[in-house]
Design a protein around this ligand. Structure first.
Ligand SMILES: Nc1nc2c(ncn2[C@@H]2O[C@H](COP(=O)(O)OP(=O)(O)OP(=O)(O)O)[C@@H](O)[C@H]2O)c(=O)[nH]1
Ligand SMILES: [Mg+2]
Length: 240
C-alpha cells in the first residue's frame, strides 16, 4: 500500500476528546520504550511524525494521525513505566484502557513486544487483558535489528509459548525493526486487508430506510458499547 499523506490530527487526553469515529483506526500499544512511536513513523513513511525518545514514558497522550485521508494510526502512551508496578497489574493510563475497550472504530491493535528480551510478565498480563476484553490485536515483535535472528526468534517463541494455550488459533505475529524498516510491508498488508474487509462489510449493509422512525436517544451502558464494538470489528477468522 502506498502512503501519500500522513497528517497529525490531535493529541487527546481521554476517549471523549478523540475525534469522531468516522475513520478506521489502528493503534500501537506496548511497554514504554518498546518502539511504538518509531514504528508508527516507519509505517507512515515520515520520520518525526510521532515523537520518539530514549526516555521511557515519553508519549503521554492519545496521538492520532490520518493516513491517506481515509484511515488513522494512533500512538498510545506505553505501560509498565510506573515505578513499583505490581506483577499482576497492568498499570497505565486509564484513558488508554478506555480507548482500547470502547473506541468503536478501532479496527486492530498492534501489541508491541520487545524481541530483545525474554517474556516480560507485564506484557503477558497486558496481552491477556486485550484477549479477555476481545480487543482485536496482532503481536508485533520490535527492535529485531538489536539482536541476532536466533536470539529474537527464541525470545519471540518463548513469548508465544506463554500465551498460545489461550487460543485455538494464536494471534498473527510479525517481526519488525524501525531501524531497518523490516516488517513494514507486512504490517501495511494487514492494514490493507482489514480496510478491505471493512469496505466489503459496509457494501453489503442495507442502507437506512428514510421512513425508519428515529431511535430514542439514550445513554448506552459500557457492556452495550463493548458488545456493539465486537460486532463492528471485522472478524477475519481470528479467535478473539
Ligand atoms: N535499534 C532500534 N532502536 C529502536 C527501534 N525502535 C525504537 N527504537 C529506539 O527505542 C527508543 C524508544 O522508541 P520510541 O518509539 O519512542 O518508543 P515508545 O514505545 O513510543 O516509547 P514511549 O512513548 O515512552 O512509550 C528510541 O531511542 C528509539 O530510537 C528499533 O526497531 N531498533
Ligand atoms: Mg512513544
Amino acid at each position: 500500500m502506498d502512503i501519500s499523506t500522513a497528517v497529525f490530527e490531535c493529541s487527546a487526553p481521554d476517549l471523549d476528546s478523540c475525534p469522531d469515529e468516522a475513520l478506521p483506526e489502528f493503534a500501537f500499544i506496548g511497554r514504554s520504550n518498546v518502539g511504538k512511536s518509531s514504528l508508527l513513523n516507519v509505517l507512515a513513511g515520515e520520520e518525526g511524525l510521532a515523537r520518539v525518545s530514549p526516555t521511557p514514558g515519553f508519549t503521554k497522550l492519545i496521538n492520532i494521525f490520518t493516513i491517506n485521508k481515509t484511515w488513522r494510526l494512533v500512538d498510545l502512551p506505553g505501560y509498565g513505566f510506573a515505578a513499583g508496578a505490581r506483577k499482576d497489574s497492568v498499570r497505565f493510563n486509564r484513558a488508554v484502557l478506555n480507548y482500547l475497550e470502547h473506541r468503536t472504530n478501532l479496527c486492530s491493535v498492534f501489541a508491541l513486544i520487545d524481541s530483545t528480551l525474554p517474556p516480560q510478565e507485564v506484557d503477558v498480563d497486558f496481552v491477556e487483558w486485550l484477549t479477555r476484553k476481545a480487543v482485536p490485536y496482532v503481536i508485533v515483535f520490535t527492535k529485531a535489528d538489536k539482536v541476532t535472528p536466533a536470539v529474537a526468534q527464541a525470545n519471540n517463541a518463548a513469548f508465544m509459548a506463554r500465551i498460545s494455550s489461550w487460543f485455538e488459533k494464536p494471534p498473527l505475529t510479525f517481526t519488525c525493526s524501525a531501524a531497518t524498516g523490516h516488517g513494514r510491508a507486512d504490517l501495511l498488508g494487514v492494514i490493507e486487508e482489514l480496510l478491505a474487509a471493512i469496505a466489503a462489510e459496509s457494501a453489503t449493509k442495507p442502507s437506512v430506510a428514510a421512513e425508519a422512525p428515529p431511535e430514542p436517544v439514550r445513554r448506552k451502558s459500557a457492556n452495550q458499547l463493548a458488545r456493539e464494538n465486537k460486532k463492528r470489528r471485522p472478524d477475519l477468522n481470528r479467535p478473539w
